[in-house]
Design a protein around this ligand. Structure first.
Ligand code: GRF
Length: 196
């Protein structure tokens, strides 16, 4: 069985969408893949309870208890590697990762970003899209490389920006699409594996 490890920091709604898709689409039988663990850098991440309720191993690694980014990433890698993952999925994981971490998971580390990359890497994407007068916004699933929010694009979803949108309203519209494209991209990753 191939393992997926998901990293979260917050509500974990993308993680939940992937867990639900794995169950509903019977990934363990059809793709030989399962969500093995969910790891959070915040103890109060809401998604942890959902993961536990679905029988998934969870752990918390608080970045504040490490002296440096390198130390945190080394501990995180050790925790992740307990599960020998085929794929590591960043789902709202609000940490900038060191080049060593990214290199360690080269080709098996993906992220979802709430903009149509390469537009609006970084934070506050929805407000920036509104301020720029964009007529469309969206989300991008991409491979993670050392260059923040710039790895090869795996999937995108587009939504309209409406004239009275606030960042919150637009974020919710985009998030609905994230929940569709992220599980699809994960399934696609396993379908494309040479051993599949
Ligand atoms: C999503 O908008 C995702 O694109 C971004 O962070 C947010 C995480 O939301 N990277 P959730 O924790 O998956 O609900």
């Amino acid at each position: 069985m191939k393992n997926i490890v998901i990293l979260i920091s917050g509500s974990g709604s993308n993680m939940a969408a992937i867990v639900r898709a794995a169950e509903q689409e019977r990934w363990s039988e059809r793709l030989n893949a399962r969500v093995a663990a969910v790891i959070s850098n915040k103890a109060d991440a809401a998604g942890l309870e959902m993961a536990k309720a679905h029988g998934i191993a969870t752990s918390v690694l608080d970045h504040k208890s490490f002296a440096s980014r390198e130390d945190f990433d080394a501990a995180l890698m050790a925790e992740i590697d307990l599960f020998s993952p085929e794929l590591v999925v960043l789902a709202g994981f609000m940490r900038i990762l060191t080049p060593g971490f990214v290199a360690h998971y080269a080709g098996r580390l993906i992220n979802i970003h709430p903009s149509l990359l390469p537009a609006f890497p970084g934070l506050n994407t929805h407000q920036r899209a509104i301020d720029a007068g964009c007529q469309f916004a969206g989300a991008t699933v991409h491979q993670v490389t050392a260059d923040l929010d710039h790895g090869p694009i795996l999937a995108q979803a587009v939504v309209p920006v409406l004239f009275d949108d606030t960042a919150e309203v637009l974020a919710a519209r985009v998030l609905t699409q994230e929940h569709l494209i992220y599980p699809r991209s994960v399934a696609e990753f396993f379908r494309n594996l040479p051993s599949y």
